[in-house]
Design a protein around this ligand. Structure first.
Ligand code: GRF
Length: 193
């Protein structure tokens, strides 16, 4: 099988990255995780990636004066890995075109809301405050606009009467872990990637 080489960008615990790495252990999954990059050297996800013998690179954003400088270093590393697809999985950085442009149509993100609702942060608090009956998550292609770009897949969960942002986040996260590997496989199998 001609597997697509994927690089995953993280900032923290990396549970979505882990769900993808676990999916990729199936010989029939169309993706091989080639590398993981974190802008935070202490991200828990880096240790997990290393434990799975995946190249895991910390590129600390604090070492760069501008977003563009940081993005350029990340892009150079990704280019050096001969990747087909970039997966943002809890990568908590606003990216500039320096990083987005070279991967247009081949970079995806997961966002914890039913886009186009609630771009940006605190999505679960905002959904509860609005009295929404449903929350969820969205996998979409990354474009220059934050949490915008063509939607690939969504999953929905109910919002219950006593939900807090934490309980709702936990319920959505369970769906994220199922949705992201499926959406990534769909992108990897698309013929023009
Ligand atoms: C997820 O909820 C994701 O949707 C959001 O940040 C969280 C990352 O979690 N963008 P993890 O690092 O994948 O565990």
């Amino acid at each position: 099988m001609n597997k697509k080489r994927v690089g995953i960008l993280i900032s923290g615990r990396g549970s979505n990255m882990r769900a993808i790495v676990e999916a990729a252990s199936d010989p029939n999954y169309p993706v091989e995780v080639a590398c993981v990059v974190s802008n935070r050297p202490d991200a828990g996800g880096l240790a997990y990636a290393r434990s799975q013998n995946i190249a895991a690179q910390a590129i600390d954003h604090k070492n760069y004066k501008t977003r563009e400088e940081f993005d350029s270093v990340v892009n150079d590393y990704l280019q050096s890995q001969s990747l087909d697809i970039i997966v943002c999985a809890g990568f908590m950085r606003i990216m500039t075109p320096v990083l987005i442009k070279p991967w247009e149509g081949r970079m995806i993100n997961i966002h914890p809301s039913l886009l186009p609702l609630y771009r940006g942060l605190h999505t679960h608090e905002r959904a509860i405050a609005a009295g929404d009956k449903e929350g969820g998550c969205t996998v979409h292609f990354v474009t220059a606009e934050l949490d915008d770009g063509p939607i690939i897949a969504q999953a929905r969960v109910p919002i219950l009467k006593d939900d807090t942002a934490e309980t709702l986040a936990d319920r959505v996260l369970v769906e994220e872990h199922k949705l992201y590997p499926l959406a990534l496989a769909k992108v990897a199998l698309a013929k023009d990637i």
